[in-house]
Each structure stands twice: as C-alpha cells, then as structure tokens.
Design a protein around this ligand. Structure first.
Ligand code: SAM
Length: 306
C-alpha cells in the first residue's frame, strides 16, 4: 500500500467510521478516491487531515467527514442521476460518481470548473459532467435528479432545486441565516407538492452565491429576499435574532423545544454561569426529554451533579 493509500484508509477509519458514517459503500469509495490529487499543489501532505483545505478563487475542498455525511444522507444508488452544486476541486463529485450512474456538477467560477473537469477526466471519472453557472437555478436541461447535493451554504432552500428533484429524490443542502453556520438539511420529495425535511446538525460552508443564494456582497440576492429577515453583520445582531423565549422548566413544552435535536448523535449542553439553579433545572429537563422521548442512551457529565 502506498503512503497516501495508508493515510486514506486511516482517514476513513478514524474520521468517518468512528464518527458515525455507517454506509459501507460510502466508506469503501472514500478509501479509493485519491484526495491528494484534488488538493492544490503543495497541499498533498495535508490531504487526509480532518478539515477543509483552500483551493483557488478563495474556495475550499470540503472536510472528508462532511463529504461522507452529505453523500450518505443523499442515499445514492447505482441508477441515480445526481446534481452537485459547487464543484470546487471535483472531489465530492468523484465520490458521488462511484455510487451513482451520472453526476452533473456545476460551479460558478469558470477557472475552478475548467480545472476540475480536466482533473476528473484525467483520473477517469467519466460519468461526471462539469458545468459552469449559477447552481441555485439547478440544471433544467438535465433535470429531474434523484439526488442534489449542495456544497455551499445559502439563506434558503432554492425553489428551483426542489422542483428539479424526481419523486423520491433527496436534496442535501446547508441552509442558514448567517455565513458562519448553517443546518445541514435533507429535503425528500414525495409528490408534486409534498416534501419532508430532516436536519443533520450544524455545519459551516462557504457561501452559496447566486440568484437564490447570497449576493456577492453577502446580502440576500433580490430574488430570495424575505422581508424582516436580514443578513447579520455583527454577533450581537445575530444573537438578538436567534434567542428564543423559553417556557417554565416544568412545562412539557420546554422539553419539546429540544425535539429538533432528536436525530443528533451527540448533544452538548452548556452555558456560561457554571452553576445557577436555572441551568441545572434546564439541563435535567432537556436530558430527561431526550432520554424518554428520543431514546438517548448515554449521558457524559463534565460538571457536578445537582
Ligand atoms: N464539492 C467541492 C469539492 O469537493 O471540492 C467543494 C466545494 S466548495 C466548499 C463550494 C463551491 O461552491 C465553491 O467552489 C464555490 O465557488 C461554489 N459555489 C458557490 N455558489 C455557487 C453557485 N450558485 N453555483 C455553483 N457553484 C457555487
């Protein structure tokens, strides 16, 4: 085994399998794809580290774990036609191409698209078709898609992408009101008008820039402006918009507020006072709710019990 192959196998075991990626097909494919060939020259030695790396045009090749998480969430099958928005280096497209029939991938930066297309062709991923353009509009000429993966974070779920899903199709996309943090969502289409939404936790992506994403200056693009919702310029503004009133701890509605974390593998509870009685009551109520209603099995505590 070459040194890179050895590092790649270690990355899959330590960063993916031990962190909860279960789909054997995703794990096996990520043991094969040579990530060192997708990073910028000079960065090869970091290709299997646990993080995103810079590529040209101020963009990034995503962290291996995030690529695995999104690919697993998309539940790709051999006959699937896939759209990836945000080609970047081409790495995630290469991963998807080993699990699906065809991968259309679209990148807004022409230079990145050209380099990725050359790289994918040279490495033999010939079921990847690279396009240049605004992926928030989808790719009407190739729609519908069995899965759409969006590798950049936008303020809303672009309507065009929902409409370009086949029935049963999955859209995996990071969405959030700030460029600092988004929630990774999976939207499944069940009929012409019915969609399900599931959350896979907090993530941080580069911005999705386009007609149904952010504008170049970081504000919402005109076509997706939601009155009363803004792009935050300061932490205070962001906290002000995010805080939620809480009911009393003994009110069942209190625990129910935390149903949004039902699908998380790990939930961290903490606050800054280190010991107010409100903190202990809230922690107990949330913990009880997650155990009783959502089957959480382990509580690890780095604090006194009260
Ligand atoms: N999947 C990539 C990889 O494996 O290297 C990583 C992608 S990087 C995190 C996100 C990419 O999305 C950037 O290259 C960025 O230019 C691109 N992007 C942002 N907005 C876009 C849009 N509206 N349409 C297409 N690409 C977009």
């Amino acid at each position: 085994m070459t040194e890179f192959a050895h590092l790649r196998h270690g990355m899959v075991d330590v960063q993916l399998a031990r962190r909860g990626i279960r789909d054997r097909r995703v794990l096996n494919v990520m043991k094969q794809i040579p990530r060192e060939q997708f990073v910028e020259p000079g960065f090869e030695e970091f290709a299997y580290e646990d993080g995103a790396l810079p590529i040209a045009n101020g963009q990034t090749i995503s962290q291996p774990y995030i690529v695995a998480l999104m690919t697993e969430a998309a539940e790709l099958k051999p006959p699937d036609k896939v759209l990836e928005v945000g080609t970047g280096s081409g790495y995630a497209a290469a991963v998807a191409s080993r699990l699906a029939k065809t991968v259309h991938t679209i990148e807004r930066h022409e230079d990145l698209a050209r380099v990725a297309a050359g790289r994918l062709a040279a490495l033999g991923y010939d079921n990847c078709i690279v396009h240049t353009g605004d992926g928030t509009r989808g790719l009407l000429e190739a729609a519908p898609f069995d899965a759409i993966l969006v590798a950049a974070g936008g303020p809303i779920v672009p309507d065009a992408l929902k409409r370009q899903l086949s029935i049963g199709g999955r859209l995996v996309i990071p969405v959030g009101d700030s460029e600092q943090e988004q929630s990774l969502l999976r939207i499944t289409r069940w009929s012409d008008t019915e969609y399900d939404e599931e959350t896979f936790g907090a993530v941080r992506f580069v911005p999705l820039i386009g007609e149904q994403g952010w504008a170049e200056d970081g504000t919402r693009s005109a076509s997706n402006h939601v009155p009363g919702r803004t792009h935050f310029r300061s932490l205070t503004e962001m906290i002000g918009a995010a805080v939620e009133p809480l009911p009393s701890f003994c009110d069942p509605d209190f625990g129910a507020l935390f149903d949004r974390f039902a699908h998380s593998r790990v939930v961290l509870l903490g606050e800054a006072s280190h010991g107010t009685s409100e903190f202990y009551q809230a922690r107990a109520a949330i913990t009880r709710h997650l155990i009783e209603k959502h089957g959480f099995t382990t509580v690890a505590v780095e604090a006194g019990l009260a």
